[in-house]
Design a protein around this ligand. Structure first.
Ligand code: BGC
Length: 346
């Protein structure tokens, strides 16, 4: 098989490797890799050294956003040859949360993430996994199934917003999303699917990102968060930029729930009026929480969200398709790129 690999932090080592097909010990299900989605995490792995190769190795096969077709599956596995599938990113460790299949809430940080931390990813023409970590997709989704993993991350954030919101009186009407990248677009989609008025804040005045947001029936604006004439019930903050995080919590309305789903590599300090912010959070019962990764149920929620979405709209999210041989082109993003995918079979 062929696989996309890199020594984390050394982008000049990014290459296509020839490797033997994965051994059955790596999982009962053998999958032909079709597509790999590329996100900011892959870029951080290649350029900033965020990832961790499998123990004993220096290179890491990338690819945590996957799409594949089952080549071989045992009869009792719940899968059959030809199934369209995507792999789950995280593998549990021995902690109580992971042992309860809530690996997205791991207590130790010792989890493994395929394509990110301690295990090779799905960016390969063939990969294997245990059936427990494989999700079957509606076959009519076709290539759009590569959006399952980023959608699972957003589905988890929305599920947690719903659960936290229901702690008391909860009748949300408005949502604010910061950042119109792939996660922001999918967060807006799920907000619209919940019947909310969604406003998305971005920097580009025009181009595909604002167009996609408007095509959803959401509002797009380049106004700064403090200037918005809105006190949202829900905020999905997708940028991880300190000032925006602060502004979102301040702008959020009474009883609001603010989900923080973005992380930013630049950790420079932002001055913040935290005593004032605290007073507002206390007096208005606001919650801000972090959300990462996804458990199996979130992949199921994501599969439903994709199945109920407009296919043309989902298709427009995939703005570039790069053949395997030149996959490193996918690590550079243009202004009008939303989701870039690598075609593992081309
Ligand atoms: C992935 C998550 C992962 C996180 C942290 C994200 O890009 O989508 O599944 O948990 O990175 O490594």
């Amino acid at each position: 098989m062929r696989a996309v690999s890199v020594v984390p932090g050394r982008p000049e080592t990014a290459t296509v490797e020839e490797r033997p097909d994965p051994a059955p010990a790596e999982g009962a299900i053998l999958v032909d890799g079709l597509l790999m989605g590329v996100c900011g995490t892959d870029v951080e792995i290649a350029k900033d050294g965020y990832g961790v190769p499998p123990s004993g190795g220096r290179t890491l096969v990338l690819g945590h956003e996957s799409l594949g077709r089952v080549r071989e599956a045992p009869p009792d596995s719940g899968f059959a040859a030809g199934d369209l599938v995507a792999g789950v990113v995280r593998r549990p460790d021995g902690c109580a949360a992971c042992q309860d299949d809530q690996w997205d809430m791991c207590l130790t940080g010792d989890y493994v993430e395929r394509g990110i931390k301690g295990a090779d990813g799905y960016g390969a023409t063939a990969w294997r996994t245990d059936p427990k970590f494989l999700v079957k997709l509606d076959p009519t989704l076709g290539d759009l199934g590569v959006l399952l993993e980023p959608t699972s991350v957003v589905a988890k954030a929305w599920e947690q917003v719903d659960r936290i919101g229901r702690r008391a009186y909860w009748a949300p009407r408005t949502a604010l999303v910061t950042g119109p990248g792939p996660i922001g677009q999918l967060a807006a989609l799920l907000g619209i699917q919940r019947g909310l008025d969604v406003t998305v804040v971005g920097r580009s005045p025009d181009g595909i990102k604002p167009e996609l947001i408007r095509a959803l029936g959401a509002t797009y604006t380049t106004q700064k968060v403090p200037e918005l004439d809105l006190r949202p019930d829900v905020v999905i903050e997708c940028t991880g930029v300190g000032q925006l995080v602060y502004d979102c919590v301040e702008k959020a309305g009474p009883n609001a729930v603010v989900a923080l789903v973005g992380i930013e590599a630049d950790e420079s300090t932002v001055p913040a009026a935290l005593t004032k912010l605290n007073k507002e959070m206390v007096l208005e019962n606001k919650v801000a929480f972090g959300s990462v990764n996804a458990a199996l149920r979130h992949y199921a929620q994501a599969a439903d969200a994709l199945a109920n979405a407009d296919r043309d709209w989902l298709g427009r999210l995939i703005t570039r398709r790069v053949p395997l041989a030149s996959w490193t082109d996918a690590l550079g993003k243009g202004r009008d790129d939303v989701k870039v995918v690598v075609d593992l079979q081309a």
